[in-house]
Design a protein around this ligand. Structure first.
Ligand code: NDP
Length: 328
């Protein structure tokens, strides 16, 4: 047993502290698979955990990081063997179970997804929970029956992680994508991902009406609050909005009008406890439908030592696209 580098969160007199330090392997939690972590990523939730802005962490000490990709070093789980390439998103990693910003992780084999063929561990973390959530949202819209011929789709928080991947996926599938952003200076970036139109997010942040002019057949919302309420009121008859985020707030000041007068559906998306079969499908679809050139264009690489500096920026909406974190 030795030590390894990790970003550790400890309880302090007021709130929590986070630091890059050595972690004792003997302190790793129970699990039947030990993974050498090669890459991780920085998601909005990681920003909340690292800064202590929301009570994401529910065990101390904690190793932060909700996503990892790497290879198996040791396993007593029948499905996994040394050398297997794996991805892990959520399941309480970095919240209740020691997480991803570490050279080693000990986890449950039942939580792992096999890295899809043709994808590298770095690609998988460029996707990360944000991209996998975008895919879960697309799957939910497809299951609802949404097709490109039904009309445009809207993506909010467009220049963020979920938004960027959602635009790339939906445009590849043939949808006319309307991207809503607070950073209209990123119009070129959003169009390069496949957005057909870019709108200023202030159009969607005013006081929502029960029903407004029908603008889209569906959408993916990572913003919540009045934005989601406006999205619902502007959704066409029979359409659906996949709600996955709360970048503007947890509230939802809507009415039942879109649901009972237009048959609009609100589809809830959770990535953390999502069943394994749906995760495997999402990762297979990401391998097939996400343009790898676009993925590399939206991805910015940092080292483990930069994570603490960049964490507040993601909460401030200053990060464009996705960040991968090189661990080893
Ligand atoms: P990012 O920070 O990368 O993106 C969020 C984007 O939201 C920003 O880039 C910005 O886009 C927009 N935004 C930020 N603040 C505001 C605001 N006050 N009002 C309106 N828009 C705002 O985060 P992620 O993409 O990683 O995550 C997005 C959301 O999805 C988060 O709330 C996260 O917690 C949630 N999430 C949920 C998951 C689940 O399982 N349900 C899984 C993963 C993420 P722009 O500059 O273009 O306007």
């Amino acid at each position: 047993m030795g030590t390894f580098r990790a970003i550790r969160i400890d309880k302090a007199d007021k709130g929590t502290t986070a630091s890059l330090s050595q972690f004792d392997e003997a302190e790793l939690m129970d699990g039947d698979v030990t993974v050498a972590v090669e890459w991780s990523t920085l998601n909005y939730k990681d920003g909340l955990a690292l800064t202590g802005k929301a009570p994401v962490v529910r065990r101390f000490p904690m190793i932060a990081g909700i996503d990892l990709a790497g290879h198996v070093i040791a396993s007593s789980h029948p499905k996994w063997h040394a050398g297997d390439k794996v991805v892990l998103n959520g399941w309480g990693l970095g919240e209740t179970h020691l997480g991803a910003y570490a050279e080693k992780a000990r986890v449950k084999g039942d939580w792992l997804v096999r890295l899809p063929d043709g994808m590298t561990t770095r690609d998988a973390m460029a996707v990360g929970t944000a991209g996998y959530t975008a895919m879960l949202s697309v799957l939910a819209l497809e299951q609802h029956g949404l097709k490109p011929a039904d009309g445009p789709v809207v993506v909010t928080g467009a220049a963020g992680g979920v938004g960027s991947v959602a635009i790339a996926l939906l445009s590849k599938l043939g949808f006319h994508v309307i991207a809503s952003t607070g950073r209209t200076s990123e119009e070129g970036y959003l169009k390069s991902l496949g957005a057909a139109e870019v709108v200023d997010r202030t159009e969607l942040s005013g006081t929502p009406k029960p029903l407004a002019k029908e603008r889209w057949a569906g959408g993916i919302d990572s913003v919540g609050s009045t934005t989601l309420a406006n999205l619902l009121s502007m959704t066409k008859y029979g359409g659906a909005i996949a709600a996955c985020g709360l970048a503007a707030g947890m509230d939802l000041p809507t009415s039942v009008a879109p649901f009972i007068l237009r048959g609009v559906c609100l589809l809830g998306i959770d990535s953390v406890m999502c069943p394994l079969a749906k995760r495997e499908l999402a990762w297979q679809r990401l391998a097939r439908d996400l343009d790898r050139t676009k993925l590399s264009e939206i991805t910015h690489e940092i080292g483990l030592e930069q994570v603490l500096e960049v964490a507040p920026q993601i909460l401030g909406g200053q990060v464009r696209g996705r960040i991968v974190v090189k661990i080893t």
